[in-house]
Design a protein around this ligand. Structure first.
Ligand SMILES: NC(=O)C1=CN([C@@H]2O[C@H](COP(=O)(O)OP(=O)(O)OC[C@H]3O[C@@H](n4cnc5c(N)ncnc54)[C@H](OP(=O)(O)O)[C@@H]3O)[C@@H](O)[C@H]2O)C=CC1
Ligand SMILES: CC(C)(CO)C(=O)C(=O)O
Length: 298
């Protein structure tokens, strides 16, 4: 791998998260090759301090790529992973570091079939970014990723060094990833109300969110996460401190009538709960409702 000053970089999935990371890379001189589903001539990121344009084009035909890249970021929804198989085949060699910018804790298993079993570099994506009607992406908080403490993280740290996207390394990545999963799980309640973070100021929603988070915590601990009971209240506090109009990507998908990432964000609690013999009564109600909403509307 060319781990010199300028590793070659591609990014699959130039949506909310992909645009943010592409813009961060572009600003520090590591503009990625953009690979998407919809052709565009550029990407636009709006942030508190201004606006960044990432030059395109967004390529849409994997057959046009003939050389593998050193580093490939993948920022599609978990429901879109299978559809990226032609891109992964075209962009990746055995040496390519594939960094997955997705929610969930199952990236290794999800990508293995498309990378001949080779491992991916998972990440925890902490920042909210939303697609706007004018095609721009609005970055609503400082960008930050957490990566596991493995050798493949070096190239990601190097290319994002000094950029607006901070990168930190977690010795106990399992616990960090599960903590983020719990945030996503409880954010799923927004899909059922069609509301944003403002709903968490209701005392009944706080009670429901805490009960669900304690259910999720039991499963997370059975999976090896080291998370105390206080995490539930901390997560609810986080939503209550957020701007009332801050949503979540699964709500954006619901409102756009897109398939939902219900399985990797909520179904996972129910599945792993069953495997460990842990009762998950709130999941028993929530998961079918999210899954059915994902199939809708008829
Ligand atoms: N948005 C957020 O605030 C956060 C999201 N996440 C997670 O990050 C991941 C990405 O989410 P997000 O950025 O919101 O999703 P988006 O829907 O905004 O972006 C997905 C992008 O992938 C593109 N795409 C879809 N299918 C393909 C394909 N076959 N080949 C290439 N590109 C494709 C889409 O194309 P098109 O433009 O045609 O739709 C879109 O540009 C998810 O797992 C999400 O849960 C994590 C933290 C925060
Ligand atoms: C912004 C955040 C943390 C909210 O759940 C997220 O991960 C998402 O929108 O997918």
């Amino acid at each position: 791998m060319n781990l010199s000053e300028h590793p070659t970089i591609a990014l699959i999935g130039p949506g909310a998260i992909g645009t943010t990371v592409a813009a961060a890379l572009h600003e520090v001189g590591h503009t990625p090759t953009l690979c998407g589903r919809t052709a565009r001539d550029r990407l636009d990121l709006r942030h508190d301090g201004g606006h960044i344009v990432v030059p395109g084009p967004v390529h849409t035909d994997p057959a046009g790529v003939h050389t593998p890249f050193d580093l490939v970021f993948v920022a599609v929804k978990s429901t879109q992973v299978a559809a990226t198989a032609p891109w992964l085949a075209a962009l990746c060699s055995e040496q390519t570091v594939v960094c997955v910018l997705q929610n969930g804790v199952e990236q290794q298993a999800m990508f293995a079939p498309y990378l001949a079993g080779r491992p991916v570099l998972p990440s925890v994506v902490w920042f909210p970014a939303q697609r706007e009607p004018d095609n721009a992406v609005w970055l609503r908080r400082a960008a930050r990723l957490t990566l596991p403490d493995v050798p493949q993280n070096k190239v990601v740290q190097a290319v994002l060094s000094g950029s607006r996207c901070a990168v930190d390394i977690a010795a106990d990545f399992t616990s960090v990833a599960w903590r983020k999963l719990l945030v996503n799980a409880v954010a799923g309640l927004m899909v059922l109300t069609g509301r944003r973070s403002g709903m968490y100021t209701r005392t009944d929603i706080t009670g429901l969110a805490l009960a669900y988070l304690h259910e999720c915590l039991a499963v997370a601990r059975a999976e090896g996460a080291n998370l105390g009971d206080e995490v539930a209240q901390q997560i609810v506090d986080g939503f209550q401190r957020s701007p009332a109009d801050l949503g979540t990507s699964i709500l954006a998908d619901r409102q756009a009538g897109n398939p939902l990432e219900w399985d990797c964000r909520n179904g996972v609690i129910q599945r792993y709960g069953r495997a460990h013999g842990i009762p998950t009564p709130i999941s028993e109600l929530l998961v079918p409702l999210l899954a059915a909403a994902s199939d809708g509307p008829g």
